[in-house]
Design a protein around this ligand. Structure first.
Ligand SMILES: Cc1ncc(COP(=O)(O)O)c(C=O)c1O
Length: 431
């Protein structure tokens, strides 16, 4: 249980049995802003970026960039923070592009992804982005037929389907295995290269993304080799771009500590790219890494309040005021979490509990069978590693209002997203 605190943001401390982040007492925050409540710790976000940047500076001699995968969580404040860190923002589709543009992210720092981009997505990308990562031949055809005459066509990178799996959830968080819906096979990829040449489209790079939340960089190596083979076939002569995606994992439970090292991930990629380019006589590309989770997950904490406590056979359920509507990850792929009470951490008794939300689904579970200090109804609990793929996948199921989100720095609390209101739930309905 002692180690569990290491899952929380780097500024987390226990003082007089109470949990604090960036010196803010979580009980006070929950009382002031209500629950469910999400917190983002600025110091933890900055720290993750600096780990990426310093690893790239140590291991890769050519230009290299970090792109934040906005799908992990994007709102104005986060998009603005990315610019304080000079990150590129990966936007999936026109909705995320709109958020980035509103936040003031410049064209040079917007890259657009999506597995089946519509003409509207592509139009937004052409207008606002520096780069479009082309997922498939249909999309390339849409770009050619709708936008090829444009003066300012973004750079095009082609997304390769490497056909190699990383070790993670077999269907839900893998994207690079041979049956995946993402990217192009080698044959499709070469056809796309020919189309770019024929229509003089600005083909500038290669991309792949093999999956999410993996902690062994080894399966990336054959995919990098495959991408470099294709780069050789294309015969890039000037600056070219290569992005082996994101997906580096984080620890969600104390059993998974220490968190996978960002330095070893970056080193593994950089060495493979440098060696692979040397062998093939290729110019070293501008290397891009595209993390989402490993930048923002640990910075985020969810606070819930316990309501009913139900004993059912061997099981004790703590029923909370948040669950699958703000965090569907257990329901989607059985994600594991840990949790601590926000106060009374030194309690003598510990119990195995399961934590579930208030929504009408048996899959509305947050945690199954976790040993934690015993808590009563009314207690506040904090779920660490809540910064990625919670709110970005949240819903209004059962009329749930999305939670408020706070930005925490030492001596400063800012509401970056207010809690949704009942009016928000009605706003799209026509009368
Ligand atoms: C194309 C692409 N890049 C980057 C990411 C980021 O992955 P992660 O948040 O696991 O780092 C994803 C996640 O699905 C993705 O699809």
């Amino acid at each position: 249980m002692q180690k569990r605190i290491d899952l929380f943001p780097i500024t987390a401390r226990v003082e007089k049995d109470r949990l604090k982040i960036a010196d803010h007492d979580l009980t006070t925050l929950a009382e002031t802003y209500g629950t469910p409540l999400y917190l983002y710790d600025r110091a933890t976000l900055d720290h993750a970026v600096s780990e990426y940047k310093s690893a790239l500076a140590s291991h890769y001699p050519q230009p290299a960039s970090v792109t934040y995968a906005g799908k992990a969580f994007l709102c104005l404040a986060i998009a603005q923070w990315t610019q304080l860190q000079s990150l590129t923002v990966d936007c999936t589709g026109e909705g995320e592009i709109a958020i980035a543009v509103e936040a003031g992210v410049p064209r040079a720092n917007i890259l657009v992804h999506g597995v089946n981009k519509s003409v509207a997505d592509l139009a937004a990308a052409v207008r606002h982005a520096n780069t479009i990562v082309v997922d498939n031949l249909y999309e390339l055809d849409r770009i050619r037929s709708h936008f090829s005459g444009q003066a300012q066509l973004p750079d095009l990178w082609l997304r390769l389907l490497p056909g190699v799996s990383v070790t993670t959830h077999h269907t839900h968080t893998q994207t690079g295995h041979h049956e995946s819906k993402f990217g192009m096979t080698r044959e499709e990829f070469m056809e796309a290269v020919d189309i770019c040449r024929e229509y003089n489209l600005p083909l500038k790079g290669i991309h792949f993304h093999q999956g999410s939340n993996f902690r062994d960089p080894e399966p990336l190596i054959p995919a990098i080799e495959m991408a470099l083979d294709l780069a050789q076939k294309i015969g890039f002569t000037g600056e070219w771009h290569f992005c082996p995606g994101g997906g580096w994992g984080v620890a969600y439970h104390e059993d998974e500590l220490p968190s996978p090292s960002i330095e070893s991930y970056v080193r593994g990629i950089a060495e493979a790219v440098i060696e692979g380019c040397e062998t093939r006589g290729l110019i070293l590309p501008h290397l891009h890494l595209e993390p989402g989770r490993s930048l923002v997950a640990r910075a985020g904490v969810a606070i819930y309040q316990v309501g009913a406590v139900k004993k059912r056979g061997e099981k004790t359920w703590l029923l909370t005021d948040g669950g699958m509507a703000d965090n569907p990850r257990f329901a989607l792929y059985g994600a594991r979490y840990a949790c601590l009470p926000v106060s009374g951490l030194g309690g003598e008794r510990s119990d195995y509990v399961s934590i579930a939300g208030p929504y009408c689904e048996s899959g509305d579970i947050v945690i199954e069978n976790l040993l934690m200090p015993s808590v009563e109804t009314g207690a506040l609990i904090a779920i660490p590693v809540a910064g990625a793929y919670h709110l970005s996948m949240s819903s209004n199921y059962n009329g749930a209002r999305r939670p408020a989100v706070l930005w925490l720095e030492q001596g400063r609390v800012q509401v970056i997203q207010r809690r949704e209101t009942h009016q928000d739930l009605l706003d799209r309905d026509m009368r």
